[in-house]
Design a protein around this ligand. Structure first.
Ligand code: GAF
Length: 387
């Protein structure tokens, strides 16, 4: 992970000049995200409440006329990749970072967008493998880059959908739309309530005084793809059993009344999704009203549901949440954020609590888990665009 935004801009610009020998035409960024609430609801056509953060993927780029895309990755020792737009764009086993870019470009071409190549240098400071959407930021920054270089008539939502398609079909991870949508459409000082069925986005202003703290457990996420895909299948099994298009269409009452249609584990998975959708809508109202106490309750219930019903938390993440919760009481919210099985937690609090929370984590977390945390105090930022 490289430093801050200003550094990133000079890093990609300087690397472009030294590696490719001329000055780039454009600098483009796309942010990572933190999800405040609404986990594993996106692929159930439900609701999520993320905000884009001040950590991003950044690109220095210029167009080319020979149908070649030339790539340099600063974060992989300036490793290079190159492919020809007139030939089949293939997956490359040995350069995983390049596949996100190859996939996005292939999906843009498949959708009928026209362009004739690019020189691209990419870097990023979104922590990788932490559940803060470093992959989505990369997919979105590449879509945005071709939009800017060639004035493509593509909307921010289409850039998001194109990134998701690349991840689903080219990279092979069956993610939902949340991460790409918030990276493409995020708004400064706002979280977005996303309706993952209609793709409607509703900006919810972040209370000015509220601090968004992300704490990385530094427990590397294991088994993510297989467990993620299993959860998706379980949710589909439940919606099929109840003959609904998605779990979004099922109420808790209906689920409870028809409990014998599914096995107990599938029941718990469905209950998480249904109750999480409800919490997310309530949280949007609470945030809008700067009602930190209600937010705290909803985040606590969300974490418990992820731990007990969806079973996607791990010991280290639960320990971190408990430490922060004990410090905040009902004066702030805390929960795991992202896909699960390790990664980050998110906490909302007033500024006067920040030092005490940091202190509590520093004295307790490593003792309990043997791991050292990383703490980021974040701001809600604008989605993808030129810098
Ligand atoms: C990952 C996925 F990419 C998202 O689509 C979402 O499902 C999330 O996990 C869980 O809420 O970030």
């Amino acid at each position: 992970m490289t430093a801050n935004k200003v550094d990133l801009k000079s890093i990609v610009t300087n690397t472009f000049e030294t590696q490719l020998g001329y000055t780039p035409q454009q600098i483009i960024q796309a942010p990572g995200r933190v999800n405040l609430i609404g986990e594993h609801t996106d692929y159930n056509d439900g609701f999520v409440l993320p905000c884009a953060i001040n950590y991003q993927a950044m690109v220095a780029a210029s167009p080319r006329e020979d149908n070649i895309v030339r790539l340099v990755s600063v974060d992989y020792n300036n490793e290079q990749d190159e492919f020809d737009l007139t030939k089949e764009i293939k997956f490359v086993e040995q350069k995983m970072w390049a596949n996100y870019i190859r996939g996005v470009v292939k999906c843009l071409l498949d959708a009928g967008f026209e362009f004739s190549g690019a020189d691209i240098v990419v870097s990023g400071n979104v922590p990788q493998g932490a559940g803060l959407s470093s992959s989505a930021a990369l997919e979105v920054v590449i879509g945005q880059t071709f939009k800017e270089l060639y004035q493509l008539e593509i909307t921010q939502k289409q850039i998001a959908l194109n990134g998701q398609k690349a991840e689903n079909e080219f990279v092979g991870c069956q993610c939902g739309i949340m991460d790409q949508l918030i990276s493409a459409c995020g708004e400064e000082n706002h979280a977005l309530l996303l309706d993952c069925r209609s793709l409607d986005t509703t900006p919810i202003s972040m209370p000015e005084e509220m601090v968004v703290m992300i704490i990385n457990s530094n427990k590397k996420r294991g088994l993510v793809d297989s467990e993620y895909n299993t959860r998706r299948v379980q949710c589909e099994t439940a919606s099929t059993a109840f003959s609904v298009a998605a779990l979004r269409d099922l109420t808790l009452e209906q689920l409870e009344q028809g409990a014998d249609k599914i096995d107990p584990v599938t029941f718990k998975r469905a209950r998480h999704v249904i109750t999480e959708n409800d919490r997310t809508l309530k949280a949007a109202t609470a945030l809008q009203n700067s009602d930190l106490k209600s937010m705290a309750k909803l985040m606590e219930a969300s974490h418990a549901s992820m731990r007990d019903d969806f079973e996607i938390t791990v010991f280290e993440v639960d320990a971190l949440v408990d430490i922060v919760k004990a410090e905040l009481g009902d004066e702030g919210g805390v929960r795991m954020t992202g896909g699960g099985f390790g990664g980050c937690i998110v906490a909302l609090m007033l500024p006067e609590k920040v030092e005490a929370v940091k202190q509590a984590i520093e004295t307790k977390y490593q003792k309990q888990t043997g791991l050292k945390e990383s703490i980021y105090v974040c701001q809600a930022k604008q989605g993808a665009g030129t810098v």
